[in-house]
Structure formats: structure tokens, C-alpha cells
Design a binder for this molecule. Structure first.
Ligand code: CP3
Length: 354
């Protein structure tokens, strides 16, 4: 079963003899077998072809003894069915062709049914689960959080982006339009996450990659309510573990700690023990090795991995070993293998072994 594993138990706060390990962006360009698929297919083609998405999802599990997988997709492709045109441009990242410019653009946004909009990802989940269930490996489904999807939909990221001016203008000067945008995104995201749970995912992660640009007061008043609504809706439909990842958002902890999630992902700008205090010891913590450190000599990789593991052992609930953000494109494969090996050998001792 994918629902009672070292990883899903740790997410729910139940510690095993060691922390589970998986990586954000564990399928990706640092793997030659991934690059081989991408040479023949565009990013959107891989996402929209269940067999390819399933194949790429499974690639890192063939190389490393990971305790979990994450379905291959992106936070942005679900926006296409709302009427946002986008593509992933080689070397540049995502490009939005018709960013939202006015409240009228927000009114025009559709809220598509997840099966019609992202049925290809739901089918990829079913295919991956049929391979991973017998191996006892859980699969994460995921979605972007409302603020982060709004950030992209407003054209804030990438060349020509407004660096947060457009989104803050909307929040402060068009509060009704902002709320409408949040409402549409809440509907899109929660129905998509629930559909992923129904397709067989064993855990769900919500990526809030841009929320670190918010002041705590802005987050509390204009952003947090939408995240809370997503989590509440998903919670009422499934008891799968839910992880929230507020990248660069430790300063928002007073609000974040009120979310009914099981775990938060922590970036490397804060220590795991600092994060545990900031969140009031209420969550399992996932993270937080600096992805750039994997480019250092293996001695450093070992030292830093051990440091994170020892700190993770002090977390009140449970620790899930991961990076503080996704694996970077040219990460040496040996460094990834070394982290996995060290985590697998690690054993909790004394007070931490419970
Ligand atoms: O392995 C996994 O983690 C699952 C797949 C996954 C991807 N994107 C694949 C991807 C997941 C969970 C994401 C989430 C995602 N996408 C986030 C949240 C996490 C984070 O990084 O903060 C964000 C902000 C995006 C948007 C996005 N997609 C960006 C900014 C980029 C370009 C930057 C980059 O790394 O190239 C993408 C493209 C993308 N998404 C790639 C992958 C593997 C690279 C595409 C390629 O093959 O060229």
C-alpha cells in the first residue's frame, strides 16, 4: 500500500528508525535519461503524454533508493485550461503569452474540470501507482498555491516581468478583482488536488514558490485565506498527508502555522530547529539541504547531509529528508546517490529514537 509507508507516516508525524528521503525535481535535467526524452519531446508534450510522464517520474527511482516519487507535471500547465497561454522556453523557463492585465481578464478566466483540463496527469498518476504500489513507494501529487499561480498568470516571472508590482497593485488597489482571481484559483487547485488523490496519489504538496515576496501583513490578509480555503477543501475530501511549501516564507510562520496541513517544506535559509520553533512544533518538517551544496566535493556533501539529519532528529514531530528547493540542472549524480546512501544508513538514537 502506498498509504502506510515510512514517508506517509513521517508526513503524519510518526517517526520511523530513520527519516525518509526524496527530492523535489528528482526527475529532471541532471539525469541523462531525462535529457534523452526531452531531446525528442517538448516539456508540454512530456507532461501531456501519460506514458512519457510516467516514464520520467520513474527514472530517478531506477537509479536511487528513494522513499517517494512525485508525479511529473508542472504547477503551470493547469492554467492553460483557464485561458492562460504558456510554454516552457529552453533556457528561459516558463513564458506566459497573454498575462492578465485587467479585472476584465480575470472575469474571463474559466474554471475547467480537472478531468478535462489535466486528465493526462491523472492517467499518468494511475500508471505510476500501478508500478509503485507493489514496491511500497508512495507518489506525491501536487499543485501550485493561489498566490504563486497568480504571480505567473500576471506575467511577474521571467523577462519583462514586473517583479511584484502588478500583483501588489492588484492586491492593494483592486481588492475585488484580486479576490475573484483567488476564488477561481482556489477552485482550480482544490478540485485538481482532490482529483489527484482519487487517481491514487498518496500525499499532496502545495508549492508557494513566490510567497517570500510578501510582507507578513499582506500574506495574512490577502494570501493566507486562499491557501486555507484550498487546504480546507482538500482536507474535507481526503485524509492524505498535505505538505505546504512557502519558499523563502519563514517570516510568514505566524500565519502558516494555522494551516491544517501535516507538514511544511523548509528552505535552507532557516535551520530546521529554527523552523520548528517558528511553526510552534506543529508540523512535520521536510528539507532543507541547500541544493547548491551538491556541487561541492563529496566530503562537504556528507558533512552537510549529516548536519541536516542530526538537526532533523531534534524536530518535535518528524523529519523528511529533502532539499531546501529543487535539484538544480547540472547536479552531479554521485552527490544525489551519496545523500540517499547516508540517509538510508542513518538511525535515530536516544531521545530521537521513538
Ligand atoms: O520532479 C519533480 O519535482 C516533479 C515535477 C515538477 C516540475 N516542476 C517539473 C519541471 C514540479 C513539482 C514542478 C513545480 C514547479 N514548477 C514550481 C514549484 C517548485 C519550485 O521550483 O519553486 C515552479 C515555480 C514551477 C515553474 C517552472 N517550471 C519554472 C520556474 C521552470 C523553469 C525553471 C527550470 O528549472 O527550468 C519550470 C520548468 C520545469 N518544470 C522543468 C521541470 C523538470 C525543466 C523543464 C525542462 O525539462 O526543460
Amino acid at each position: 500500500m502506498g498509504n502506510d509507508t515510512l514517508l506517509t507516516r513521517a508526513l503524519k508525524g510518526i517517526r520511523g528508525e530513520r527519516p525518509p528521503v526524496w527530492f523535489m525535481r528528482q526527475a529532471g535535467r541532471y539525469l541523462p535519461e531525462y535529457r534523452a526524452v526531452r531531446e525528442r519531446h517538448s516539456m508540454l508534450d512530456v507532461i501531456r503524454t501519460p506514458e512519457l510522464a510516467a516514464q520520467v517520474t520513474l527514472q530517478p527511482l531506477e537509479r536511487f533508493d528513494l522513499d517517494g516519487a512525485i508525479i511529473f507535471a508542472d504547477i503551470l500547465n493547469p492554467l492553460i485550461g483557464m485561458g492562460i497561454e504558456l510554454d516552457f522556453v529552453e533556457g528561459e523557463g516558463p513564458k506566459i503569452f497573454n498575462p492578465i492585465k485587467s479585472p476584465a481578464d480575470i472575469e474571463k478566466l474559466l474554471v475547467p474540470d480537472p478531468q478535462k483540463n489535466t486528465g493526462y496527469t491523472l492517467e499518468a498518476i494511475r500508471q505510476v501507482v500501478s508500478v509503485l504500489r507493489p514496491r511500497g513507494i508512495p507518489l506525491f501529487g501536487f499543485a501550485g498555491a493561489p498566490f504563486t499561480l497568480a504571480w505567473y498568470a500576471l506575467g511577474e516571472a521571467g523577462k519583462g516581468g514586473a517583479q511584484g508590482r502588478a500583483i501588489k497593485e492588484l492586491i492593494f488597489h483592486q481588492p475585488e478583482a484580486w479576490r475573484l482571481l483567488m476564488d477561481r484559483l482556489v477552485e482550480l487547485i482544490s478540485s485538481y488536488l482532490i482529483a489527484q488523490a482519487e487517481a491514487g496519489a498518496s500525499a499532496l504538496q502545495i508549492f508557494d514558490s513566490w510567497v517570500g515576496v510578501c510582507a507578513p501583513s499582506t500574506y495574512k490578509e490577502a494570501v493566507f485565506p486562499a491557501v486555507l480555503e484550498v487546504v480546507t477543501r482538500v482536507r474535507s475530501a481526503t485524509d492524505l498527508p498535505i505538505v505546504y511549501f512557502p519558499l523563502g516564507g519563514i517570516g510568514l510562520a505566524d500565519s502558516v502555522k494555522q494551516l491544517p496541513v501535516d507538514a511544511v517544506s523548509v528552505d535552507w535559509r532557516v535551520s530546521l530547529s529554527g523552523a520548528d520553533s517558528a511553526y510552534g512544533h506543529t508540523f512535520s518538517l521536510q528539507g532543507n539541504l541547500d541544493p547548491a551544496l551538491l556541487f561541492c566535493p563529496l566530503d562537504t556533501v556528507r558533512k552537510e547531509t549529516s548536519r541536516v539529519l542530526d538537526e532533523g532528529a531534534t524536530v518535535k514531530r518528524a523529519h523528511i529528508m529533502n532539499l531546501g528547493h529543487g535539484l538544480l540542472p547540472h547536479t552531479p549524480i554521485e552527490a544525489v546517490a551519496e545523500v540517499v546512501r547516508l540517509v538510508r544508513e542513518y538511525r535515530y538514537e536516544g531521545e530521537a529514537a521513538r
